[in-house]
Write a protein that binds this ligand. Structure first.
Ligand code: ES4
Ligand code: ZN
Length: 325
């Protein structure tokens, strides 16, 4: 029910958020206690996730994700996140879900998808938010796992599984190594996105565009360094899943004032705003929208454009989009 939304704020839509990465340190400790998993090397004395660079972040992420052990845990973290952001004004959310992490606890693909989608349905019933799943392959887990994942999507179609993406170590292998996995995912009817141009520079974005037939790029912010690449992104109407707070936390830019969010928009690119791994990066959707306003001078109409662009680029079906727009 939409009336629970604060009226003054612009409705938000999030395309780039890692489900395991939404778990707060408090929730992670609770899950750790539930399953007898020690997270003292992952969460510091101040109750914050402890990591200093991208590699350490990925490994802290893996240790935290190891505390998400059961289908009920997946239900809980999904409902927890989407009920919370719905109340802050998010009307649509896509979540990267990593079946390879769940499989480490013996949770099968279909069980995982059933738990996450049940929580998404309940969040929609209770708070009006519409949510969908993007399967995510982890680059440094290798090509074979990515292809297996695409194959599972093919074998077991599910109305909430609408996209395929990859993250992890951006310098591991090449985008074209994953072209078969992406072709299989596309055959399965999934929308395609990939992290690129966050840690690596514009050349990796160009490679990704050439190798994979995707409609969105995760981050892509370093396209700002290459005018010809920006022209190509404009021509292909590629949507950028920009996560400023994440970029600052990972040291891609020293501060928000130095972030190219404004410049990307002024160059005519299709930009959306997301929180990526909110508690890891000390951010959340409302903060991203507010800071776009306070730091980059975007007006309410501009913020609404971010939301509309996100819904245009969303991987849900056309009827669902129409209701949101
Ligand atoms: C990521 Cl695989 C993955 N998970 C969470 N956050 C990420 N950032 C880049 N890759
Ligand atoms: Zn990400």
């Amino acid at each position: 029910n939409a009336q629970k939304r604060p009226k003054s704020s612009v409705p938000m839509a999030e395309l780039h958020c890692h489900l395991e990465g939404t778990v707060s340190p408090v929730m992670a400790m609770r899950l750790g206690a539930r399953h007898g998993i020690d997270l003292s090397d992952t969460i510091d004395a101040n109750g914050q996730y402890s990591w200093k660079n991208f590699q350490e972040f990925l490994s802290a992420y893996d240790r935290m994700a190891a505390a998400i052990c059961t289908p009920e845990d997946y239900y809980d973290i999904t409902y927890d996140y989407y009920s919370k952001v719905a109340q802050s004004g998010v009307i649509y959310g896509e979540s990267f879900v990593s079946p390879d992490h769940a499989l480490q606890h013996g949770i099968a693909y279909r069980t995982l998808i059933d738990s996450v989608s049940a929580a998404m349905k309940d969040a929609e019933r209770d708070f009006g938010i519409v949510c969908r799943i993007i399967l995510i392959a982890v680059r440094h887990y290798g090509v074979e796992k990515a292809e297996k994942l695409a194959d599972l999507a093919h074998k077991y179609p599910h109305p909430f599984v609408t996209g395929f993406g990859m993250g992890g170590d951006e310098q591991f292998l090449w985008p074209h190594d994953f072209s078969k996995a992406y072709a299989m995912a596309s055959d399965a009817g999934l929308g395609l996105t990939a992290h690129a141009g966050e840690i690596c520079g514009p050349e990796r974005i160009r490679d990704t565009l050439e190798s994979l037939k995707l409609s969105r790029i995760g981050h892509g912010v370093r396209a700002i360094e290459d005018d010809a690449l920006m022209a190509e992104l404009r021509d292909r109407e590629i949507i950028l899943e920009v996560c400023p707070g994440s970029n600052i936390a990972l040291g891609v830019y020293p501060d928000l004032a130095a972030h190219p969010l404004r410049a990307l928009v002024d160059n005519g690119l299709r930009v959306t705003l997301s929180s990526d791994d909110p508690p890891f990066f000390h951010t959340h959707m409302q903060q991203e929208y507010e800071q776009a306003q306070s730091v980059h001078g975007f007006k309410d109409a501009d913020l609404l454009r971010f939301t509309r662009t996100a819904i245009e680029g969303a991987f849900c079906d056309a009827d669902t989009k129409e209701k949101l727009l």
